[in-house]
Design a binder for this molecule. Structure first.
Ligand SMILES: Cc1ncc(COP(=O)(O)O)c(C=O)c1O
Length: 559
């Protein structure tokens, strides 16, 4: 009896082991299949491709900017935290993606989505993305990116040449010289700004005599060795918040970011800038860099770069230009003058994923002096050896995808003339929108645009006369700000069109006050004048639906 029970137990155990092995086998089959390149007529990958293409076409073809699903509802779709045990089928997963992710995503390429710096992509991006992902090159080192490394260097050199325009022999000497760095590709403008300031900090506080340099000693010892009381970065109060991140990371603290006031045109006040430099010098503070902004994030205004270059060069200070947004104006014969002085910068940031119309993940920093980035060079024994061609040795990031493919393709497939057209058109349409706003009693233009960003606000009917007479009190302005905040939220929720919002300083009876501004960014080449009209009409309609009692109780509603 006992023996038979024992036999039964063994049989049961064997059965369970077999069943488990069978499941394991299925899993291993499935996993191997996932990794196997398709080569037959029946291919899961091809099926998936067809389904994805349909979804993309539907997504890009939608006429809305946003869905009206509340964000709180969207979050509810993403609360599960268990990883599925078994591999799911592609069909199921695509269905999940379509229902939960794609259906509730923002249509950044919609011609009526004109409120952020993200817009439509050229058609070559999709097929090239497939190529880039399939090749999976890692640009950190040539052992994983043989052709992609010099290919990236070439694309960066083309951009460098556009900014600095050095002679032919400069480029033939440096373009593929492993000891020269004309530009560094990064994930975005934030990383590019950080890299520029990191290079400057390390160059200024480098090894000397028996001192090992800031890189090894850290900031406190380096400042002590060089006899400084501290270190700062100076720029306009409208610098992008990536400089706060840089100041924090570089060890000078955000209090070490000296923010100089701007004039009414949002450009840094030069007298205050000179004073800030003099004050820092008097206090024995090391100035890591002076930053000029070429296209402020809120309103697109450009600092007087030439004059800032004068200040920086006469005081022998590193001059960095943050042209993440406005840099591509350099392609335009008509508008390039607005950037005059950029060619005097020691370093320049430009985002490819903004006005170069490339996909997310392309920021660039360009360096006037090809050896400048040696101050941040790192080596490792298995890669990025001294003297190697590996791009990772002078970069912030380690493993990186071959995003240069899009940059190189954009420069070739759109070209100088193509980019010039895109820049000129964006600015022309922005001027059209500014002109429309100026003649509509419902709106007030808050600043003349320098490029393709526009700030304005809606004035509720009861306050229009006072606004025209410039007699609005601070309380009136607060009410208008609340109204605009409410209007922007309601427009976003309705989802037909989109404009973002920000704040702006303004003067009210001689006092400086902060007001809410509606912010248009007109970069999408497919946005027409009709689309711009439609966006303004949509805002007027939404505003008219906010009844008077709503408006009077707005403080509670907005809160
Ligand atoms: C002027 C400026 N600098 C830097 C950045 C940061 O760029 P990214 O978002 O690519 O990191 C932005 C982004 O809007 C910007 O407008």
């Amino acid at each position: 009896m006992a023996l038979s029970k024992h036999k039964q137990d063994i049989t049961k155990k064997n059965y369970l082991v077999e069943a488990e092995q069978k499941i394991q086998l299925q899993v291993s089959d499935k996993v191997i299949q996932i990794f196997t390149p398709s080569n037959g007529s029946v291919s899961v990958e091809r099926d998936m491709d067809v389904q994805i293409n349909t979804l993309v076409d539907e997504f890009l073809g939608a006429s809305i900017a946003n869905t009206d699903m509340a964000f709180n509802k969207v979050i509810e779709n993403f609360t599960e935290s268990q990883i599925p045990v078994e591999p799911d089928s592609f069909d199921n997963y695509i269905e999940y993606l379509a229902d939960n992710v794609i259906d509730n995503s923002i249509h950044t390429s919609s011609p009526r989505f004109i409120g952020h710096m993200t817009s439509a992509l050229p058609c070559f991006v999709r097929p090239l993305a497939k190529l880039m992902m399939a090749m999976n090159q890692n640009v950190v080192k040539i052992e994983t990116a043989k052709a992609f490394s010099p290919y990236e260097r070439q694309a960066l050199a083309m951009m460098h040449r556009l900014i600095y325009n050095f002679p032919d022999n400069f480029y033939s000497q440096h373009i593929q010289n492993s000891q020269s760095t004309l530009g560094i590709l990064a994930s975005g403008g934030t990383a590019a700004n950080i890299i520029a300031l990191w290079c400057s900090r390390n160059a200024l506080l480098g090894a000397k005599d028996d001192f090992v340099g800031v890189e090894k000693s850290g900031l406190a010892a380096a400042l002590d060795f060089y006899g400084y009381k501290g270190a700062v970065i100076i720029g306009s109060e409208l610098m992008h918040y990536s400089f706060d991140k840089a100041a924090d990371l570089l060890g000078i603290g955000t209090q070490g970011l000296i923010k100089v006031p701007t004039d009414s045109n949002n450009q840094v006040n030069l007298r205050a800038l000179r004073q800030a430099v003099a004050d820092c010098r008097a206090q024995n503070l090391l100035i890591i860099a002076i930053v000029g902004v070429a296209g402020t994030t809120d309103s697109g205004n450009v600092d007087p770069l030439w004059e800032i270059a004068e200040i920086a060069s006469s005081a022998n200070i590193h001059f960095h230009v943050d042209a993440a947004w406005g840099g591509p104006l350099i392609f335009s014969e008509q508008h390039r003058l607005k950037l005059a002085g950029i060619e005097r910068a020691d370093s320049v940031t430009i985002d490819g994923h903004k006005q170069l119309y490339l996909p997310m993940g392309i920021g660039m920093v360009f360096l006037r002096e090809p050896q400048f980035a040696s101050s941040i060079e790192k080596n490792a024994c298995y890669t990025m050896r001294k003297g190697s061609f590996d791009l990772g040795k002078r970069a912030l990031e380690g493993s990186r995808p071959g995003m240069a493919l899009f940059l190189h393709a954009g420069l070739n497939l759109i070209g100088l003339k193509g980019y010039e057209f895109l820049i000129d058109e964006g600015i022309r349409k922005t001027q059209y929108m500014a002109a429309c706003i100026s003649v509509k009693p419902e709106f007030e233009l808050l600043a003349e645009p320098d490029m393709n960003l526009l700030l304005y606000r809606y004035i509720p009917e009861p306050l229009r006369e006072l606004a025209l007479q410039k007699q609005l009190t601070e309380t009136d302005n607060q009410k208008i700000s609340q109204f605009n905040e409410y209007l922007q939220k309601a427009q976003r929720q309705a989802g037909r069109t989109f404009i973002s919002r920000t704040t702006k300083t303004s003067t009210c009876f001689g006092q400086s006050i902060t007001i809410t501004a509606l912010r248009a960014v007109i970069a999408n080449p497919l946005t027409t004048e009709d689309d711009i009209d439609a966006v303004l009409i949509d805002q007027i309609q939404i505003a008219s639906e906010l009844s008077m009692p709503d408006f009077l109780n707005l403080a509670e509603i907005v809160a």
